[in-house]
Design a protein around this ligand. Structure first.
Ligand code: GLC
Ligand code: CA
Length: 539
């Protein structure tokens, strides 16, 4: 495979609303990101994925865009955006923008026109259908609860929205829509960005009448067309958010020969703690054997015909240390263990803001504390259908998206140094002990484990290109694997439980590369302490 810069990159996701406020309105802003570039440079990342900063009424925190070529006033100005791109470049950091083109806001001028009349030139930019027997067109459901069809009085038809009512789906079958999107992408490419993260891109080929949403028949045709019309001949990185991808589908997107995307986000490992056939709110304990099986499959199945991304967290997922680690007694150990487990794998790793500090979930006592539309809609839907309040809150505290969206914890001052005003979402009360200032100062912090892992990736081709092999002979809760490149071989060992476990190191280790406890180079039979993790060179 031809080597590209993004094969070796480590990406850091910034959720601007919660990163750093600089004018005291309680909302993070572009100035805030610029002011923290030094922190990111020190951490060592070379790419930022910036969640949406475009003009938006914020029904879904910027994932409902009303102008793709303007900056949300709360975040700043276009001049500040240009400055961010420029300043980041000086620090060797590329900015990847979020491309949200499955839908727009209902306040986008295209939709305002579209809903005016059936013969409006923009009518066909969206998906409109007649009522069927006086009711919704069919049984498609919105990811944010309720039907995916909303009746519009003016013309007596329904429009499709796979997300909120304020996020009408664009009609990708319309060539004009596709051309508008490509022009907009080129507007940003010309500004010198490093690429795109493509929001729910696997639904642009939908066939709503057949109730097909993901992986529709023309999806890959559209992506090839987009590639040609925009980034194809530039050295950019693209990553698609694809909830419905199998390893075979991943190759369709990311095989370099097919000229589509650099890589995708696949979510198979993120569904292991939900009940089969139900949704994320229906909780089930993680079975580590399943995690081993799923991640190992993704490590080996793509071969030279695709590229992986690696992640535990983003703005839609709960904090990994709270989810599968222990965010109390073993917070530091388990956070470092998850970092080591992921960052030694093959693929491009993503770090979500605050993950490098071991930030934790933020449980709520009452739905009035929630900000996220998905959480709020689900609460009301389940409550109306007979679920108990406690039961719904339990799901929200385990999986709700606000868990990851509480503001960055920079220091021990009021609101964690995020704002001098009132934050749009409360800062986690644990900011006095969990914050960046303290973590940077402490060489044994989670932050320094991340920093070291990033540095190791930069200097060891084996991490980027080595073959992966799962070590089978381990206790069920121990995840161990080899990476091998030419004559060199590393062994990664991670205990995913708070029990101790015995493990025989099959070969003689020569060097300890990284560990989350103080230890000698492990030899022979080793006792693994709670959440212990280490990497050793064995030849
Ligand atoms: C993606 C985003 C999520 C958003 C949704 C609709 O899944 O990550 O935050 O709500 O798409 O745009
Ligand atoms: Ca602000």
């Amino acid at each position: 495979m031809e080597k590209k810069w993004w094969h070796q990159s480590v990406v850091y996701q910034v959720y601007p609303r919660s990163f750093q406020d600089t004018n005291g309105d309680g909302i993070g802003d572009l100035r805030g990101i610029i002011s923290r570039l030094d922190y990111l440079t020190y951490l060592g990342i070379d790419t930022i994925w910036l969640s949406p900063v475009y003009e938006s009424p914020n029904d879904d925190n910027g994932y409902d865009i009303s102008d793709y070529e303007a900056i949300m006033a709360e975040f700043g100005t276009m001049a500040e955006m240009d400055e961010l791109i420029e300043e980041a470049k000086k620090s060797g950091i590329k900015i990847i923008l979020d491309l949200v083109v499955n839908h727009t806001s209902d306040e986008h001028p295209w939709f305002i026109e579209s809903r005016k009349s059936k013969d409006n030139p923009y009518r066909d930019y969206y998906i409109w259908r007649d009522p069927v027997n006086g009711d919704v067109t069919n049984s498609l459901r919105s990811i944010f609860s309720g039907p995916a069809w909303e009746f519009d009085e003016t013309t007596g038809q329904y429009y499709l929205h796979l997300y909120s009512k304020k996020q009408p789906d664009l009609n990708w079958e319309n060539e004009l829509v596709r051309q508008e999107v490509y022009d907009m992408m080129n507007f940003w490419i010309d500004k010198g960005i490093g690429g795109f993260r493509m929001d729910v891109i696997d639904t642009i080929g939908k066939l709503p009448d057949q109730e097909i949403t993901n992986n529709g028949p023309r999806l890959h045709e559209y992506l090839q067309e987009m590639n040609q019309a925009t980034f194809g001949d530039k050295d950019l990185m693209t990553v698609g958010e694809t909830w419905g991808a199998t390893t075979e589908i991943a190759k369709l997107y990311s095989d370099p020969k097919r000229n589509e995307l650099s890589m995708i986000f696949q979510f198979e490992h993120m569904t292991l703690d939900q009940q089969a056939g139900k949704d994320k709110w229906d909780l089930k304990a993680l079975d580590v054997s399943e995690l081993k099986q799923v991640l190992s499959k993704w490590q080996t199945a793509l071969g030279d015909e695709g590229w992986n991304s690696l992640f535990w967290n983003n703005h839609d997922l709960p904090r990994i240390v709270s989810r599968w680690g222990n965010d109390q007694e073993y917070r530091v150990e388990s956070a470092k263990m998850f970092a080591i487990l992921l960052h030694m794998m093959k693929g491009t790793p993503y770090i979500y803001q605050g993950e490098e500090l071991g930030m934790t979930n933020a449980p709520i006592q009452d739905i009035s504390e929630a900000q996220d539309i998905e959480t709020i809609n689900m609460y009301h839907e389940r409550f109306a259908s007979g679920y108990r309040k406690e039961e719904i809150l339990q799901s929200i505290n385990a999986k709700g998206r606000d868990n990851a969206r509480t503001p960055m914890q920079w220091d021990e001052t009021a609101h964690g140094g995020f704002t001098t005003g009132t934050p749009w979402l409360s800062v986690n009360p644990n900011y006095k002990t969990i914050n960046a200032k303290q973590a940077v100062a402490d060489p044994s912090s989670i932050f320094h484990t991340y920093k070291r892992l990033i540095e190791l990736r930069k200097h060891n081709e084996i991490i980027v290109w080595g073959d992966y092999e799962l070590l089978i002979e381990t206790p069920a809760e121990v995840f161990a694997y080899y990476r091998t490149l030419n004559e060199e071989r590393w062994l990664i060992v991670c205990n995913l439980s708070e029990q101790t476990h015995e493990l025989i190191i099959p070969q003689e280790a020569t060097e300890l590369i990284i560990a989350n406890y103080d230890r000698e180079v492990p030899m022979g039979e080793v006792e693994l302490r709670p959440y212990e993790a280490f990497v050793v060179k064995i030849r």
